[in-house]
Design a protein around this ligand. Structure first.
Ligand SMILES: *[C@@H]1O[C@H](CO)[C@@H](O)[C@H](O)[C@H]1NC(C)=O
Ligand SMILES: *[C@@H]1O[C@H](CO)[C@@H](O)[C@H](O)[C@H]1NC(C)=O
Ligand SMILES: *[C@@H]1O[C@H](CO)[C@@H](O)[C@H](O)[C@H]1NC(C)=O
Ligand SMILES: *[C@@H]1O[C@H](CO)[C@@H](O)[C@H](O)[C@H]1NC(C)=O
Ligand SMILES: *[C@@H]1O[C@H](CO)[C@@H](O)[C@H](O)[C@H]1NC(C)=O
Ligand SMILES: *[C@@H]1O[C@H](CO)[C@@H](O)[C@H](O)[C@H]1NC(C)=O
Length: 419
């Protein structure tokens, strides 16, 4: 026992040594592939490799923020995040990932009951954070830890919603034959089977920026450690939506889980099995996150922007210009083209495809008002009154008011980014 401090010292040294070697080989491997960096653009990975070094020796003074942007779309299920995600997915300089934290959650949720009790919220958040951090570093192999079945030779067939990331469906990762009316994501899912995660990481390196969408982190404050990491140039786009719209959209999408709600909506009688806790939690998380964001803590300075989905849907060009401006990038023509193609038409080519983003976005943002009963609307207004007030969504007091969509319930309210 007396020499235990020696043991500890030895362990510390050993662990430093391992980290040293790991970082060293990481920077070495990373510097070796920045093949297709455009002229005038930095080979960011190399810079980050070097920055890590300075970080280790504790000298941040000479450090300057990298040009590389790490964008996080922070949202709630059915709040329009697929739509916003597409506005980053279409940008040719951005490597976009749709909900990669799904894989972590699957492992945690599917583990045995005994494990589930041991694995607490903090552990799950830690896993989420580590994964995000590695993904922003273009280390997609880190996902292998969570994939079932485990990839062989770094190749997987179970990458969640692969087709939602353009980069993962394009050469050299896949050669799509696009002579079909199917939505792009379906085509990719059908035609691109095996994904080489090592190659995908290399493709990621060739893009100047990275964007990740997630609905799996409960509150903004859970992002604090990531936000404080000076190596990450994190830009959080906090997407919110009227909780009444969120609920209506969930009822339409997750029909099995919302059967009792649908009965309530259709018959006007509330079944005992209606579970109010989910929407209450959603509102509570929204309230806390928005509260955190708007209270402007130092760790969010320059990194936080609140966006209401209804505004994005109503004026996509205006809003996306503001968002890109906040991030410090230009809206690419591909993004503009996609908006033109996807916010006008009816969803003719994408029937019954619940996650589609192809629809008349202006018409969808407040269309929940035609599909929720007044009783349910009142219940949500009661559960979420603080959230509605905070975000500028007006409550209704009669069925007539609810259904009269010529009066918008979205108050004009300006949420300026925290600069
Ligand atoms: C988790 O369980 C669900 C349902 O049982 C199954 O569909 C899914 O494939 C499982 N995921 C993993 C990663 O094992
Ligand atoms: C995956 O890609 C890497 C990098 O390009 C390559 O070295 C490796 O052979 C590929 N693996 C498979 C199974 O094709
Ligand atoms: C989209 O919906 C809005 C609001 O209902 C309507 O004014 C507009 O004409 C629609 N556009 C198309 C192309 O359907
Ligand atoms: C609620 O009921 C109305 C008619 O009673 C129906 O039009 C609407 O689609 C229903 N909403 C949902 C989300 O199921
Ligand atoms: C919401 O309603 C509850 C109960 O009716 C009330 O105590 C609370 O002050 C309200 N909050 C806001 C922000 O209006
Ligand atoms: C809807 O609201 C508008 C504007 O307040 C009003 O002029 C109209 O009469 C209302 N329609 C109905 C059916 O109540």
């Amino acid at each position: 026992m007396e020499c235990s401090w020696k043991t500890i010292l030895l362990l510390v040294c050993a662990s430093l040594g391992i980290q040293y070697t790991a970082f060293r080989s990481l920077s070495a491997s990373v510097t070796s592939h920045c093949p297709r960096t455009e002229t005038g653009k930095h080979c960011h990975s190399q810079r980050r490799g070097n920055n890590r070094w300075r970080g280790l020796v504790g000298d941040w003074s000479a450090w300057e923020a990298p040009d590389r942007k790490h964008i996080l779309i922070f949202a709630t299920t059915r709040s329009g995040s697929s739509f916003l995600g597409q506005l980053f997915n279409q940008h040719p300089a951005i490597f976009y990932l749709f909900e990669p934290l799904y894989h972590v959650q699957q492992v945690f949720v599917n583990s045995s009951t005994r494990m589930r009790n041991v694995v607490d919220r903090r552990a799950l958040l830690g896993a989420h954070r580590d994964l995000l951090s590695n993904l922003y570093d273009c280390n997609l192999n880190f996902l292998e830890n969570y994939m079932k079945p485990a990839p062989r030779d770094h190749a997987t067939t179970v990458f969640f919603r692969r087709g939602a990331s353009n980069a993962l469906c394009e050469p050299p990762l896949c050669h799509l034959n696009q002579n079909s009316k199917d939505p792009f994501e379906h085509l990719c899912a059908k035609q691109c089977k095996v994904l080489n995660l090592t190659l995908a990481s290399q493709v990621c390196q060739t893009r100047s920026h990275m964007a990740i969408k997630t609905v799996r982190i409960p509150e903004i404050k859970d992002l604090r450690l990531l936000s404080e990491d000076p190596r990450l140039n994190l830009k959080i786009i906090h997407l919110v939506r009227d909780p009444r719209g969120i609920l209506a959209s969930r009822m339409g999408t997750f029909t099995d889980n919302f059967r009792a709600w649908k009965i309530w909506n259709a018959t006007g009688r509330k079944p005992r099995s209606v579970d109010l806790s989910q929407i209450a939690t959603t509102c509570n998380d929204l309230f806390n996150s928005v509260g955190t964001g708007l209270s402007k803590p130092p760790w969010l300075r320059g990194k936080y922007m609140l966006v209401r989905y209804e505004e994005l849907a109503r004026e996509p060009f205006k809003k996306i210009t503001e968002i890109y401006h906040f991030i410090g990038l230009d809206v690419d023509n591909q993004v503009k083209k996609w908006i033109l193609q996807n916010t006008r038409g009816t969803s003719g080519t994408a029937r019954n495809y619940k996650y589609t983003t192809t629809r008349n976005s202006t018409a969808t943002a407040e269309s929940w008002r035609l599909s929720l009963s007044f009783q349910i609307t009142q219940t949500v207004q009661h559960l979420c009154n603080g959230t509605l007030t905070q975000l500028g969504y007006q409550p209704v007091h009669s069925l007539r008011e609810l259904r009269n969509v010529s009066n918008s319930l979205v108050e004009s309210k300006t949420f300026t980014p925290f600069l």
